[in-house]
Write a protein that binds this ligand. Sequence first.
Ligand code: FEO
Ligand code: CA
Ligand code: CA
Ligand code: CA
Length: 652
Amino acid sequence: MTTHHSQIIDHHEGDEDLCNLSKNSHLNQVIERRMSRRHLLKGALSSAMLGFISPAFATTERPAFSAQRLGFEAVKISSADQVIVPKGYQVQTLIPFDSPLPHPTEKNLKIGSHHDGMHFYPIHQGHNEGLLVLNHEYVEPRFMHPHYHGLTLSANAIKLNQQGLRPLNEVKAEMAAHGVSVVHIKRNAQGEWQTVEDKLNRRIDATTTMFISGPVRAHDLVKTAFSPEGTSARGTLNNCAHGVTPWGTYLTCEENWAGYFYNPGAQPREQSRYGVRKEKSSRYAWEKTDSHDSIFTRFHCEAFADSAEHDYRNEPNTFGWVVEIDPFNPESTPIKRTALGRFAHEGVVFQKPQAGQPIVCYMGDDARFEYLYKYVSDAPFQPGESGGELLDQGTLYAARFHDNGKGEWLALTFGQGLLTPAHGFHSQAEVLVNTRLAADRVGATKMDRPEWGAVHPQNGEVYFTLTNNHRRTEEQTDQANPRAQNRWGHIIRWRESAKHALEFDWDIFLLAGDEQDSAFANQPLDQTNKFNSPDGLWFDLEGRLWIQTDMSESVLNQGDWAQFGNNQMLVCDPLSQTIKRFLVGPVGQEISGITSTPDGKTLFVNVQHPGATTRAEDYAKGEFTSHWPQGQGTPRSATLVISKRDQGIIGT
Ligand code: FEO
Ligand code: CA
Ligand code: CA
Ligand code: CA
């Protein structure tokens, strides 16, 4: 195969680069610190920052669940190309990338790639049958297109043909591998889970038509040649984590969508603040496809025509949202819920809904120095009646963490404070399209890459992972982001103030890292539980906190990171303050996505991008760091099904 005339574009890895260039002060520049950083890291998390859970809390609110909590033996760190679970557990692999999704009439449905956020919806209230709904975050072209073999391609490189274009078939396959899968699964008599042919099985991808709802609907900023009225859009991209609404629909969250767009010209603020690409091409160069169909050309988002209704200058404004999907209605059109803001959405987690009260949910913007958000609906929740309209009218807030353990929610409401025409905002729609800029203006706290959140099922405490941030300098540290060059990440926690819904109390629940540089319950982590770069986070019904790691493939098994082995999953019991490693995944992947059957006896976990550590020169020789799950050939993302051999509850 000759490669002399083809061109390879190699972008940096999937995490987007720094976008927050606002002069918004870092907290420690304006607030005198209550404690020195040194004090904090030496274990003083105890009284002040790790303090608000009183001992009484642990005894009075302990639910009467399984007597045994974390009764299993911790799994050891591993660098093997296999999935390791504790003794007494078994694991099955399900729905790898590109496997058939059986449907009675649509015969070519396939499972997407890069499995991420996921939820199990029981069918017939059962524990043995349901719809598994999961996100497909992105793709790795070199593992999809066989003729790439022999080329020196790194994980995010794409190949252009002699005309400097991408072949149509490749781009179509990549767009189809994005989005969301709805998969009917069932456990057979032998205890194995299988896909079931069903008309509910569905693929939503980068081309699916969606409605735009909420304050941004029909605004000038979302008018395109596809939808001159600004009421619909095509596709969902980089679907990372997810949410489940109080009325049972699925929310999929658009994370690093900005890199899918290319504009070498003058970028408006709603592109530049999010990191739309300026150089060479978008991440996958879909805009360079050998076709004039706007389904591809829209990714080049310069203003070409006389008005926004005749080009795709606004196409990026139709991404960066939370999208609602009804998995039990295959004919339903997904809805982009704009009231929840536009940023690099990781996921959405809800407080337990209360009849007659507004719904409350929390979201993170996963980029360095971005923010944590809360949304509160205007209307109250009425069980059996309320639905997605609660996501269309409400107040979006950004979080400010004060160094004294108090925090406040800052409303991103047009007309309040600096969110006025004098400061460049003319409507709530403009505030929402430019959510990051609005949060800059109100003075939210710049965080170390917010990833997943989880709400404690019994006490409503909110936990969020802050995965890492090597760019934070000593001067930029504050109590909520206390480490300079935060390589290991941490988990923050807050509890809403009962007396004032716009205030909260917070602490740092855990500082991840090695035996020297970590802290949990006044102790450093040890061989049984050390980890870094927390990402996925989930509470099971008994209040065990599951933590999934995502050490980037650029550091995995290298330098200081080698001591942590492959990416892993741990489980933590906040009541007894114990934490144990439960699972280690194969080579080059991250663990992402977790859900269970309602009885807690079957756990579904995703393995994303195995083999992503494959170096370009090894790829050229046909060698991969992982052959998981097939044991040969190209590695594939897939779902794990985990159960206890004694049929017990997982984690006991
Ligand atoms: Fe898609 Fe922030 O992980
Ligand atoms: Ca993630
Ligand atoms: Ca990742
Ligand atoms: Ca991550």
